[in-house]
Design a protein. Structure first.
Length: 514
């Protein structure tokens, strides 16, 4: 058994591990399985566990996370012990700081290389990229960048933080929209005759023609200057076309009607994979271990179907919570059926219950209502007796409304159908939450419909995951407190049928026992 080094021995500022961390680090290191799924509840300290495993194994490592904000958190927590690598548009151009490295002119000069730039050695992006290639430190990057930039070498250990999102990140990356201007009548006939290889070749020929036209326009400029707006526009058009060309090449080698959903609108022919399963091995590779971490990871059964890996390759580990169920109770105030067919009759009843609970128990506090959809949220805002204390965002002001809620004095109530993930509301920022309707992915969506038909377990896991994620928004520490109310009667049958997809952390809050 390997001796686990303490955090301060790994270059960190704190002396020892939290309860349960050292034991789980030991189990991950000792495991003979290639895939480790770690269920780590709020407060477990997933980032330290990932860091410590890599350092104690003296291994090279890449940690993938969803957002740039979380990358910044890693940088804050681990300082120079990690290398945070973001996309080119996050770094200023050394030649012209008014634009980003993404607009570097040397990417568009066919007779030049990036290294020919007179400021190459002072380019921040290139400096960090070189360090990442040598694995001098643990590399922390986001899924989107990792999937689009394949220059990184295969690490010893790959960590998928918030792994419940990994498959959707693949699908988002793989989506392709082809503008109709590239689809000639000849190409359309090829597609209709199911000669897909010839279709994609014909389309890419048109993409290549347009790309050459823009390159020819650049030749009219005697000197390339990334302060010239017209040159910048040409470069950006070329970059978009080059990306499209490469995506179509990829689609040409992978497309089949049983794996891809094809749709169209007035501008584009769109391609989206039904599942990310068959991309998993292409992208998520590691020499020794792949660690999949989340407060709501997929079960072994669901992981097999989502990632195309077998249960014999997987070890599923659970970390016990250090937070007492007494500070995070789940209260079933089952009011009515909030399914789509019943909403018209149900909403007046639900609003009466919401108003009563808040008035009697939380009239001097702040809370978050997880609404089934925007229509439900708008109805509550329009009809609640407490509407003067409520705020609702839309797709354009989500971040601003969240900040307004955080800074608001109590009482304050935030209504949202989309704050189940990526939001932390500790202490007085949120003392109560309500689940106003289970969120089932819409079966009117052809992709969702296909996924449920092929893999019903994954569909139900997604619903359970959204509930557990919502539960975790309002409590972040042992001395915090937040109560979670469930108002939808559909929860009873859903929980009974899908209990395996709910984490121990959630079940403890429901039962009040560890």
């Amino acid at each position: 058994m390997q001796q686990i080094k303490q955090p301060h021995e790994l270059g960190l500022s704190y002396e020892s591990y939290r309860q349960g961390q050292k034991e789980i680090i030991q189990r991950i290191i000792d495991s003979e399985k290639h895939y480790i799924i770690l269920e780590a509840p709020t407060g477990a300290g997933k980032s330290l566990i990932a860091f410590s495993v890599i350092k104690n194994m003296d291994a090279t490592g890449i940690i993938l996370i969803k957002t740039k904000q979380l990358q910044d958190q890693y940088s804050k927590s681990f300082g120079n012990n990690v290398l945070v690598l973001k996309g080119k548009n996050n770094y200023p151009c050394a030649l012209n700081p008014r634009v980003t490295r993404e607009d570097c002119v040397f990417e568009f000069l066919k007779d030049k290389k990036i290294t020919d730039c007179p400021k190459f050695n002072s380019c921040k992006y290139e400096q960090i990229k070189r360090e990442a290639l040598h694995f001098d430190k643990i590399v922390v990057t986001n899924y989107a960048y990792f999937l689009s930039q394949r220059f990184l070498r295969t690490p010893d250990i790959l960590v998928l933080d918030e792994c419940h999102s990994a498959e959707q990140e693949i699908i988002k990356h793989a989506k392709i929209s082809i503008p109709y201007r590239f689809i000639t009548s000849e190409a359309r006939a090829l597609f209709e005759n199911e000669d897909y290889e010839a279709f994609f070749t014909e389309v890419n020929n048109k993409v290549e023609e347009e790309t050459k036209e823009y390159y020819n326009q650049l030749k009219y400029y005697e000197q390339f200057d990334n302060t010239n707006e017209h040159i910048l526009k040409l470069q950006r058009k070329i970059r978009a076309l080059v990306t499209l060309y490469e995506n179509i090449k990829f689609l040409k080698t992978t497309f089949s009607q049983d794996k891809w959903y094809v749709s169209s609108d007035t501008k584009y022919l769109r391609f989206e994979p039904y599942f990310g399963t068959w991309f998993f091995d292409v992208f998520y590779q590691a020499k020794q271990k792949v660690i999949l971490m989340s407060a709501t990871p997929p079960s072994v059964e669901v992981a097999e179907s989502l990632f195309g890996i077998t249960k014999d390759e997987i070890e599923y580990l659970k970390m016990p919570s250090t937070f007492s169920p007494a500070i995070r109770p789940i209260k079933l105030v089952l009011t009515t059926n909030l399914g789509h067919k019943h909403l018209a009759k149900a909403l007046p009843k639900v609003i009466a219950v919401i108003d009563r609970i808040i008035t009697e128990h939380h009239n001097t506090e702040k809370g978050l209502l997880h609404c089934k959809n925007y229509n439900v949220a708008r109805y509550i805002l329009s009809h609640s007796a407490l509407s003067e204390y409520m705020m609702l965002h839309d797709s354009t002001n989500r971040a601003e409304t969240l900040d307004r809620f955080k800074n608001a004095k109590p009482p304050a109530i935030l209504l949202s159908p989309s704050f189940q993930e990526g939001v932390d509301l500790p202490y007085d920022e949120c003392r109560f939450q309500m689940l106003v309707g289970l969120q089932f992915p819409s079966l009117a969506d052809k992709i969702v419909q296909h996924r449920k038909t092929v893999n019903p377990s994954a569909y139900n896991w997604e619903v359970a995951r959204s509930i557990v994620q919502a539960y975790g928004r309002g409590l972040r520490a042992q001395d915090d407190y937040c109560v979670f109310y469930i108002l939808d009667t559909n929860f009873v049958w859903f929980f009974k049928q899908n209990k395996a997809f709910f984490t121990d952390y959630f079940k403890e809050g429901l039962s009040g026992k560890k």
